[in-house]
Design a protein around this ligand. Structure first.
Ligand SMILES: *[C@@H]1O[C@H](CO)[C@@H](O)[C@H](O)[C@H]1NC(C)=O
Length: 341
């Protein structure tokens, strides 16, 4: 009897000890998350309007951290991290940052009928237009859905460098403010091809420094807009749904591509070769500035994004290349295009 009583007391004691241990571990974890949220806020200069908002953001941050930890604990070719989007739900993220409007009308037949790189046969094993001085530093679109302007400008900066020998940072804000007669809607989204059409009609684009980025829609400064620093003569579409065609194009110049960047994995991407999850609902414009093969043999596209240099690999993402789907990963081969000098 006595022995049984001692045993059950012992069992109770052990259970109680374990329970309090779990509680304190949870408390410790909450404290740690709170601290890393404070640290993260300081790193990214995030300020909330009041304590209620802060608590709300902390909860989202906590959920994202949990997701990041469990994702990174599994075997993936890429890692997630608490980047500047770590206090946003995926719905909020999609609503704010992804401003590519897939075209319903197919674009002007004359411009999309020819593909000047169709007979390109020898593609080097890898390409990185940054090392050729054809890519400006990573820019940051901020909370304005004008990825389409950044994508088009990066491709234009590339072809301008290749044709003139000069790398000039060009103005996205000019497109946001002045390219408003057609389908493009500034911070509310647009299309790279429509941006190229505007630039051709406008007979050029001015520099970033002359018409600096504001991150909001404003009225067009026509005086600045008339002060051209670079021009293009046309644009062409890469034949759709062919990574082979996209390779021929990227071998020759930086290329504007549209992708489905709406997933949480893309939102929180940190490093490595991104392999998904994503569909083909094109919602983001970026620029393919190269390609290569990772050390484990995974082939990738080198993609310049416009979310600042703290996102991904210093502002870039490597996206898996030559996947089973003809559309390419996240639809990267669906609506690629480029300006011509
Ligand atoms: C590719 O080669 C074919 C056959 O020689 C030729 O008809 C076509 O015009 C070439 N395309 C380009 C874009 O040069």
């Amino acid at each position: 009897m006595a022995a049984a009583k001692i045993l059950s007391l012992l069992a109770l004691f052990i259970l109680g000890f374990m329970a309090s241990h779990v509680v304190s571990r949870t408390l410790n974890r909450d404290m740690a998350v709170k601290e890393s949220h404070e640290q993260w806020m300081a790193n990214y200069g995030r300020v909330y309007k009041d304590a209620v908002e802060k608590l709300h953001r902390l909860e989202i941050f906590k959920a994202n951290l949990k997701l990041i930890e469990s994702f990174n604990a599994a075997d993936h070719k890429f890692k997630l991290g608490a980047n500047q989007f770590a206090d946003l739900t995926n719905e909020e993220f999609k609503a704010i940052y992804n401003g590519f409007k897939p075209s319903s009308k197919k674009l002007s037949t004359a411009s999309s009928s020819s593909f000047r790189y169709e007979n390109v046969s020898a593609a080097p094993a890898s390409m990185d237009w940054r090392t050729k001085g054809a890519v400006t530093p990573v820019k940051d679109q901020g909370q304005c859905g004008c990825c389409w302007a950044f994508s088009a400008v990066a491709a234009m900066e590339g072809i301008n460098k290749l044709s003139t020998g000069k790398l000039i940072s060009l103005s996205e804000q000019e497109l946001v403010d002045c390219d408003t007669a057609g389908e493009d809607q500034g911070c509310n989204g647009g299309l790279m091809d429509d941006a190229f059409e505007f630039i051709i009609k406008n007979k050029g684009l001015t520099t970033e420094s002359n018409y600096p980025y504001q991150g909001t829609d404003d009225s067009c400064n026509s005086k600045k807009s008339a002060n051209h620093a670079a021009a293009i003569t046309g644009f062409e579409d890469v034949p759709a749904n062919s990574e082979a065609a996209l390779l021929k194009a990227v071998t020759n110049q930086p290329i504007s591509v549209a992708i489905d960047a709406g997933g949480y994995a893309f939102q929180l991407y940190s490093s490595g070769v991104f392999t998904g999850d994503c569909g083909t609902d094109l919602d983001h414009g970026v620029t393919a500035v190269g390609y290569g093969t990772a050390s484990d043999g995974t082939k990738y596209w080198l993609v310049k994004n416009s979310w600042g240099s703290s996102w991904g690999e210093k502002g870039y993402i490597r996206m898996e290349r030559d996947v089973d789907a003809k559309e390419g990963l996240c639809g990267i081969a669906m609506q690629a295009s480029y300006p011509t000098a």
